[in-house]
Design a protein around this ligand. Structure first.
Ligand SMILES: C[S@@+](CC[C@H](N)C(=O)[O-])C[C@H]1O[C@@H](n2cnc3c(N)ncnc32)[C@H](O)[C@@H]1O
Length: 340
């Protein structure tokens, strides 16, 4: 089990805003405090209520501020695209790659398309502006409920659902993944697409996912992880911790964990059919594409209008590429089923 920026096992702290901020703008004392705690956290460390509140507010403000810019340029989905390794893709293919991410995720998790077995009730945990929910509702005819910390996202997601004639199928609300506003056992598909990295308490996150899953239901977590530690390692290398600190500062992320950490958490809850895969190679073209989109006139001028948090986030994008290239950052899919 990993250590360094060790997760929820050790609910850890959060940092502040966006991209390459720490390099160009300096790390705020708040984020520095949180980052320091994140990297030194141990399995018994818990984030203070005040720090957890501050993280949640930061995440909400970040997405309130940046979501419309993202939607303008990238459309419905705020997640990586899935690419075949070494394929060269034109800019117009990137949105298709984001849809492919959803399809590949369903395939990996073994979600059935058979009308008698396909999902009927889905929860989209960390739903952004609801792209996955609308897609899943259309594909499966399922009812989907999404939660996000961002009031702007929840409102926009509901507006898009209405505009696309899906208001009877999908709905969105502000809600915390660590305290989901749903009863036990309600959903046959529990979907978390690139929200886990924001969770300061990975253990609570995973147990909430399991709690709301119906018997025999499927849980899908697609998330950013750090590399698994070697058996001889107690923690990540200092340079790795430094790089992650800068990324945390940029994107309102608390301590990271490894894919192996997630697997252990799922095992500890007696979940079944646990599978994990590293999709880092499949997402490699994504961040370069995001950078290129920010460098277009439209991207650049929109970015300048959006606000400091978003600009800082944009400036940190090369750090994500560096993290992937140095094998520190892993784009992971982890799936499992709740016992009947
Ligand atoms: C990168 S976006 C991904 C959005 C969406 N899943 C998609 O694929 O388009 C991360 C999302 O996680 C949400 N999030 C982060 N922490 C959360 C929490 N504690 N509870 C609920 N949502 C959270 C954010 O509000 C945001 O909507």
């Amino acid at each position: 089990m990993s250590a360094c920026l060790r997760p929820s096992l050790l609910p850890a702290p959060p940092p502040a805003p966006t991209w390459r901020s720490s390099l160009l703008f300096g790390v705020s004392s708040f984020s520095r405090k949180l980052i320091t705690r994140a990297s030194s956290t141990t399995s018994t460390t818990t984030m203070s209520d005040a720090a957890a509140r501050e993280l949640k507010e930061g995440i909400a403000e970040f997405y309130d501020e940046s979501s419309s810019l993202w939607e303008d340029i990238w459309g419905d989905h705020m997640h990586h695209g899935f690419y075949e390794p070494d394929s060269s893709v034109s800019v117009s293919d990137h949105r298709a790659a984001q849809v492919r991410m959803i399809e590949e995720t369903l395939r990996f998790a073994g979600v059935s398309e058979d009308p008698t077995k396909r999902p009927k009730n889905v929860v989209d945990v960390g739903c952004g502006i609801g792209g996955s929910s609308r897609y899943l509702a259309k594909k499966f005819g399922a009812k989907c409920q999404g939660i996000t910390l961002s009031p702007v996202q929840a409102q926009r997601a509901n507006a898009l659902a209405a505009a696309r004639g899906l208001a009877d199928k999908v709905s969105f609300q502000v809600g915390d993944a660590l305290q989901q506003p749903f009863p036990d056992g309600q959903f046959d598909l529990v979907w978390s697409m690139e929200s886990g990295e924001h969770m300061p308490d990975k253990s609570k996150f995973v147990s909430e996912l399991a709690r709301v899953t119906a018997p025999a239901g499927t849980i899908i977590i697609v998330t950013w992880c750090h590399r698994d530690l070697a058996p001889s390692e107690e923690s990540l290398q200092p340079w790795e911790q430094e790089l992650l600190k800068k990324i945390c500062d940029a994107y309102y992320l608390p301590a990271w964990c490894s894919t192996a950490d997630y697997v252990k958490l799922l095992q500890s809850l007696s979940l079944e059919d646990i599978k994990a895969e590293d999709w880092s190679q499949n997402v490699a073209p994504f961040w370069p594409a995001v950078i290129r989109s920010a460098l277009t006139w439209k991207g650049f001028t929109s970015l300048l209008r959006t606000g400091l948090k978003t600009i800082k986030g944009a400036l940190a994008m090369p750090l994500m590429i560096e993290g992937y290239q140095k094998n520190l950052i892993k784009f992971a899919i982890i799936t499992c089923r709740k016992p009947r």
